[in-house]
Every structure is written in structure tokens, then in C-alpha cells.
Design a protein around this ligand. Structure first.
Ligand SMILES: *Cc1c(COP(=O)(O)O)cnc(C)c1O
Length: 484
């Protein structure tokens, strides 16, 4: 075992301590007087004994084994791993934001409520919707909340036969999952040879049992659904609602708006497009924007502005109820607000332009060495296929592992499912041309290795702390506790 992989327990030296406490100045307590004997340890806890410096080195080393946007390029498609500006962190740590409590009287947190209200207003403008709620804590929860609103809307109209949600076969996995959890049956609509929703197939699956269509535009192939107006007409004519998965809004932000395309609900991932740090499992923020006729069903409380100031309105008798304790993940909303105010409308437009430019630049340079199943202008991301390399015995997994040797996080692989040996690459707008070129050159080098020296790719990674892991065993039989 390498020195850096040593666990704290193996570094322990009896008697060594990493803290100092002041002299005791209260009488000794007899534990038996307070707790029943069965709660009291008979032996000392077997904890590692280290100095403060040793424990600092241990955790600092562990943190270096981790990979993040701050340590390298992270082109994980559909995840928008862009840079998280540090000014966001500074603002989120302002004592007036960081130290308030959700149970404080409204009169004492008017500034925080003003920020949330302004954020809602900005998102209404950015999405082209009529109202926004900041409650959902993630993209998937936003999806579920939006679908519950659609469900409540149909039920309020006595339209109870609408049990189906139509979802394209290229959709993000959370879409069918959210629809199922919201109590709907999922119906799949096919993609055509251009990677877009097959409008003719859509006509055959839509009907008076359609509750909604869920769509990502651009879809997970990074392609803009240019028939969206026609698609919206088909769904609305059938009495259904349109749900927009807006997790990756930097493909279209400040250029077109879901509300104008005809969508009734949209969720945003503030922890993607709006620079909230993510990847570690949270906290996130997945606000939804909705059109007017869904407003009565909003989760409560609804943040409103009145003459005397901001207030939380609970008077929504048709509300689907609260979907998140308190009012959403406040800290991540502060970060998103800071980002929007830092960029301004022109800045947000540039974000989209560079995100799309970077993706197209990369796609055009990489198509020489890798298969490009859908050859057209992409938006924020694109999908390659490793089929050419597979014929040489090098799988997409191997290419992903080889990228680790060059300190790159791999792209999303084997997704979307409709592309064989898929590699879904999202460079994001925050990367420089030098970084893009370095990644492209590495990918071209790996393609060359696949032809001339396949073993080096098949056996990668060579330069990481651990070699190729048994991912199935790690998921099925994880060892999460120190074992002597
Ligand atoms: C990330 C993503 C989601 C899910 O968002 P979470 O915050 O991870 O729940 C949904 N749809 C698309 C297209 C995404 O990229």
C-alpha cells in the first residue's frame, strides 16, 4: 500500500494527540448518575491517535485524490461542470445570509426574501414563464414538482383519464423516473435519423390520455428540436401540457425561451447553468417556471411582494403542498443570484454563445478520428461514437480510463442509449481554447494509440492512485468502514 493510501488507523501511534483542552473547572461528573450502565462503554473507543499536523496531511492528501472542476477539465456531458466563480462563495458567506434561520420572523429577513424574490423575477424573465418557485432542491425534484402541478391541473378540470407522459427515447434518465414517481405511465416517442423527435411517431402516441410531453431542447444529443412549435401544437391540441427539461440552459439562454416555444413548465438546474457547485451530491436547486393556469397549484408558501414588504403566502387552497422544508436551498440560490447579477443580460448571452462555440469547435476537430452519428450544428454538447475504435478492440470505457492518465475527467459514456459506444462531451463556456486543444489533442492521441498500441488504452489508467476498479463490486459490496 502506498504511503498516501494509508488510513488514519494505520498511522496511529498510542498516546499521540491532536488537541488541547483547558483545565477542567467544573466538578467531575459520575456518568452512572446520568446514564443507565448499558449505555456506558466498558472499554476505551478504538480511535486513531495522531497529531494535528498528521491529521491535516491525511485529509489534504485525500482531497488531492479527488477530481473537481478546480483541478482539471471535466467535460461530463449533460452535467455542465463549469467553473464555479469564487465571488458566489463570498456572497453566500455574508453573515446576513449565512447566519439567518428559516424560522426567524419575516420582518427580520426581508433582505434575504428580497434576494429570493429578485431571483424568481430574473428566472421568470430568462425562461419566459409567468411564475417561478424556488422550492425544489434538484433537477429531478423540479421535474417531479412540475409533473405534480400538471396532474393537479388535469384533476381540477375533472380530466382524470390523462395518465400518460410522453418522453423521447433520447431523454435524460430522470425524466421517466420522475414521471413514474408522479404516478404517470411513460410512453416513449422515437427519435428520427437526425436525432430529433419523430413528429409522425408523436402523432401516433398522443391522445386524450396524454397528460404531458417531457422534452429537453436541445436534447441530450445536443441538438435543437427545430420542430418544437409544431410539437407544441400537437400536444396542446390534444389537451396535454408541455414540460421542458431546462437542466442545461446554457445551450439557449438569452437566445430563445422555453415559455416562447410553448412550454407550460420548465425546471432549471441552478447547480449547472447558474454555477452552483455540484457533483458531490448537493445541495442543489431545481426551481420550476410555470405558465398562468398552473399557478393555483404551486407548492406553498409562495413568496410574494406586498406594500409592506415580502411575505410567504400560504393561501393557495389548490396547492400540491410543500415539496421541500423551508423555502428551497437558500445558499445555492444566493450563488445563482450572484452569478446572474455578475453576468447581466449581455453576459448570459455570451455564456450561451461560447458554450455552443466551444462544443462545435471540439466536435469538428474530433470528427476526424471518431464517428459522429449526428452530423449537424450542435448546441452546448455533442455525442461521438467509439464504434471505429471498438472494431480495433478498444472500447469507450478504455478511452475514458485512458483520459484519466492525462488528468482529464472522461465525458459521459454509454449515454444516450440510442448511440452505440456513446461519448457525450460538454466542454462548457468557461474553458479556454488552450484547454480545449489539449483535450482534443489527447483524444486524437488515444485514437492513434487504439490503432497502433491498443494495449496501452485497454490497460489504462496507468497514472492514477488506483487502477481499474471493479465498479460492480464497489456498488454491490461497498466496504465503507475501516476493517482491521
Ligand atoms: C442533470 C440533469 C437532470 C437532473 O438534475 P439533478 O439535479 O441531478 O436531479 C435532468 N435532466 C437533464 C437533461 C440533466 O442534465
Amino acid at each position: 500500500m502506498s504511503e498516501t493510501m494509508k488510513l488514519v488507523f494505520e498511522r496511529s501511534v498510542p498516546g499521540r494527540i491532536g488537541f488541547s483542552l483547558p483545565e477542567k473547572d467544573v466538578p467531575e461528573t459520575n456518568l452512572e448518575d446520568i446514564f443507565s450502565a448499558s449505555y456506558i462503554r466498558s472499554e476505551k473507543a478504538d480511535l486513531p491517535e495522531l497529531s494535528e499536523l498528521e491529521i491535516m496531511r491525511h485529509y489534504t492528501e485525500l482531497s488531492n485524490h479527488n477530481f473537481g472542476v478546480d483541478s482539471g477539465f471535466y467535460p461530463l456531458g449533460s452535467c455542465t461542470m463549469k467553473y464555479n466563480p469564487k465571488i458566489n462563495e463570498k456572497v453566500a458567506r455574508f453573515p446576513g445570509f449565512a447566519n439567518i434561520h428559516p424560522y426567524q420572523p419575516e420582518s427580520s429577513v426581508q433582505g434575504a426574501m428580497a434576494l429570493l424574490y429578485d431571483l424568481q423575477t430574473s428566472l421568470v424573465e430568462i425562461t419566459g414563464m409567468d411564475e417561478v418557485t424556488l422550492q425544489p432542491a434538484a433537477g429531478a425534484q423540479g421535474e417531479w414538482t412540475g409533473l405534480m402541478l400538471i396532474r393537479a391541473y388535469h384533476e381540477a378540470n375533472g380530466d382524470t383519464k390523462r395518465t400518460k407522459v410522453i418522453i423521447p427515447d433520447s431523454a435524460h434518465g430522470t425524466n421517466p423516473a420522475s414521471a413514474t414517481v408522479a404516478g404517470f405511465e411513460v410512453v416513449t416517442v422515437k427519435s428520427n435519423e437526425k436525432g430529433l423527435v419523430d413528429v409522425e411517431d408523436l402523432r401516433t402516441v398522443v391522445g386524450d390520455d396524454t397528460a404531458a410531453l417531457m422534452l429537453t431542447n436541445p436534447n441530450t444529443l445536443g441538438l435543437f428540436e427545430k420542430d418544437i412549435v409544431e410539437i407544441a401544437e400537437i400536444i396542446h391540441a390534444a389537451g396535454g401540457k408541455l414540460y421542458y427539461d431546462g437542466a442545461n440552459l446554457n445551450a439557449i439562454m438569452s437566445k430563445v425561451r422555453p415559455g416562447d416555444m410553448g412550454f407550460d413548465v420548465v425546471h432549471l438546474n441552478l447547480h449547472k447553468t447558474f454555477t452552483g457547485p455540484h457533483g458531490g451530491g448537493g445541495p442543489g436547486s431545481g426551481p420550476i417556471g410555470i405558465k398562468k393556469d398552473l399557478i393555483p397549484f404551486l407548492p406553498t408558501p409562495v413568496l410574494t411582494k406586498e406594500e409592506g414588504g415580502y411575505t410567504f403566502d400560504y393561501n393557495y387552497p389548490q396547492s400540491i403542498g410543500r415539496v421541500k422544508p423551508y423555502y428551497g436551498n437558500f445558499g445555492i440560490n444566493v450563488r445563482a443570484y450572484t452569478y446572474i447579477r455578475t453576468m447581466g443580460p449581455d453576459g448570459l448571452k455570451k455564456v450561451t454563445e461560447y458554450a455552443v462555440l466551444n462544443a462545435n469547435y471540439m466536435m469538428r476537430r474530433l470528427e476526424k478520428a471518431f464517428d459522429l452519428p449526428f452530423d449537424q450544428v450542435c448546441k452546448h454538447e455533442f455525442v461521438l461514437s467509439g464504434n471505429r475504435q471498438k472494431k480495433l478492440g478498444v472500447r469507450t470505457t478504455d478511452i475514458a480510463k485512458r483520459l484519466l492518465d492525462h488528468n482529464f475527467h472522461p465525458p459521459t459514456v454509454y449515454f444516450p442509449l440510442i448511440v452505440e459506444e456513446a461519448m457525450m462531451i460538454e466542454p462548457t463556456e468557461t474553458e479556454s481554447k488552450e484547454t480545449l486543444d489539449k483535450f482534443i489533442d489527447t483524444m486524437l492521441q488515444i485514437a492513434e494509440e487504439a490503432e497502433n498500441d491498443p494495449e496501452i488504452v485497454q490497460e489504462a489508467p496507468h497514472a492514477t492512485y488506483v487502477k481499474r476498479l471493479d465498479e460492480t463490486r464497489a456498488a454491490r459490496k461497498p466496504v465503507l468502514r475501516y476493517q482491521k
